[in-house]
Design a binder for this molecule. Structure first.
Ligand code: SF4
Length: 317
C-alpha cells in the first residue's frame, strides 16, 4: 500500500525565514530526505499571531501557578494566542500522520524547556511551548517528535515508522472499507505490531474480530486508537528477534539447507548484538520472492516505509 503521509512541521525546520532573528533552522533530514516521501503542513505559531520577523524573543515563565509564554521585551503573555493556533489548524491536523516540532522553542518546543520565575530563577526544567502543549493535548495519539531527537537513528526510525503506519491506516479508513479489508490490513501489520507490543497486537486483533458486528465508525475509532497506542510502545531487540524467527518459521519449508542456515544464523547474530537488524531483514526479503512466501512478503514489517529512506541501515535495535 503506497501512501504519502501528511506531516505537520515547525515552518523554520523547512527553511522558512520565520525565526525571531529572521533566520531559519533548516533540518536536512526533513528537507533532503523525508521531503521526497511526505507532504508537509508547515505552521509557525509566532508568525501566525502576528509577532512579525524580526521580533523580540519569548521565554517560559511561571505566572499564577502556570507556565506561560511571554515576551522578553515587555512581558506580554502570548500563551493563549499561541495555543489557539493549534485549534485554528485542528481540522487539517486531524488528517496529519505526524508532527515535527522545533526544540527549545517557547512556542514549539516539546521537551525539557526551562521555566523561570519573575526574578529569572529556574522553577523547573520540564516546560513545553504553548503551541506544542496544546497540539499534544488536542491530538494525544499523533506521532510527535522534536527535530533534535531525530538525530538519534533509533528515534528517527521509530517516528518515521509510526508516521507511515498512521498514513496506511488513514488511507484504509478514508475509503469505503469492508471488514475483510481491515482483516487484511491487520494481517499485514501482524509482525510490525508484535515488535512493539504483543498485547497491543492481541487487543487490535480482538477489535478486528468484532468489526463485523459493530458500527464502522466505532471500529475506526477504537482500532485507530489501539493501533497507534501499540506502535507508540518502543520495540526491543528481543521482540524483533522473535518476529524474525516467526517469519523464518513461515519461510523455512521453502528454503534449502544453506539458505535456512544463513537466515537462522543472521537472526541469532542480531539477537546476540553481533549484527544490525538490516542483516536478517535483507535475507528475509531476499528469500520471500516465491508465491508461497506471500504472507511474509506482504508484512509491512519488511517495508515499514520507503526503502529510499535507508533508515534501517543505521538502526541497531
Ligand atoms: S520554532 Fe516555531 S514559532 Fe519559532 S520560528 Fe520555528 S515555527 Fe516559528
Amino acid at each position: 500500500m503506497e501512501v504519502r503521509p501528511l506531516v505537520g512541521v515547525s515552518s523554520c525546520l523547512l527553511g522558512a525565514p520565520v525565526r525571531h532573528n529572521g533566520g531559519h533552522s533548516r533540518h536536512r533530514f526533513l528537507t533532503d530526505e523525508l521531503d521526497r516521501f511526505v507532504d508537509w503542513l508547515p505552521v509557525c505559531p509566532e508568525a501566525e499571531i502576528g509577532l512579525g520577523t524580526p521580533r523580540p524573543t519569548l521565554r517560559l515563565r511561571r505566572l499564577g501557578g502556570g507556565d506561560r509564554t511571554v515576551s522578553n521585551a515587555d512581558g506580554t503573555d502570548h500563551t493563549k494566542d499561541l495555543s489557539a493556533t493549534a485549534d485554528h489548524h485542528l481540522e487539517r491536523l486531524r488528517e496529519a500522520d505526524g508532527y515535527v516540532l522545533k526544540n527549545k522553542s517557547p512556542s514549539c518546543g516539546l521537551f525539557a524547556l526551562p521555566v523561570a520565575d519573575d526574578e529569572g530563577n529556574r522553577v523547573h526544567g520540564g516546560g513545553r511551548g504553548a503551541f506544542a502543549d496544546r497540539l499534544t493535548r488536542l491530538l494525544p495519539s499523533l506521532p510527535v517528535e522534536e527535530q533534535g531527537r531525530l538525530m538519534d537513528a533509533s528515534l528517527r526510525e521509530w517516528f518515521v515508522e509510526r508516521v507511515f503506519a498512521h498514513a496506511r491506516l488513514r488511507a484504509l479508513f478514508s475509503e469505503d472499507w469492508r471488514t475483510r479489508d481491515l482483516v487484511e490490513f491487520h494481517t499485514r501489520h501482524k509482525l510490525q505490531l508484535m515488535v512493539h507490543s504483543p498485547e497491543g497486537y492481541r487487543e487490535t486483533g480482538r477489535l478486528v474480530a468484532r468489526a463485523g458486528s459493530v458500527q464502522r465508525e466505532s471500529t475506526e475509532e477504537t482500532y485507530t486508537e489501539a493501533f497507534r497506542r501499540t506502535l507508540a510502545v518502543r520495540s526491543s531487540r528481543g521482540r524483533h528477534a522473535n518476529a524474525l524467527q516467526h517469519a523464518f518459521g513461515m519461510l523455512s519449508p521453502l528454503l534449502d539447507d544453506a539458505r535456512r542456515h544463513d537466515l537462522l544464523a543472521s537472526i541469532e547474530d542480531y539477537r546476540q548484538e553481533r549484527a544490525p537488524l538490516s542483516l536478517p531483514m535483507a535475507l528475509l526479503r531476499h528469500n520471500c520472492a516465491p508465491e508461497e512466501a506471500r504472507w511474509v512478503r506482504d508484512q509491512t514489517y519488511l517495508r515499514p516505509y520507503p526503502d529510499g529512506l535507508g533508515l534501517r541501515h543505521t538502526v541497531a535495535v
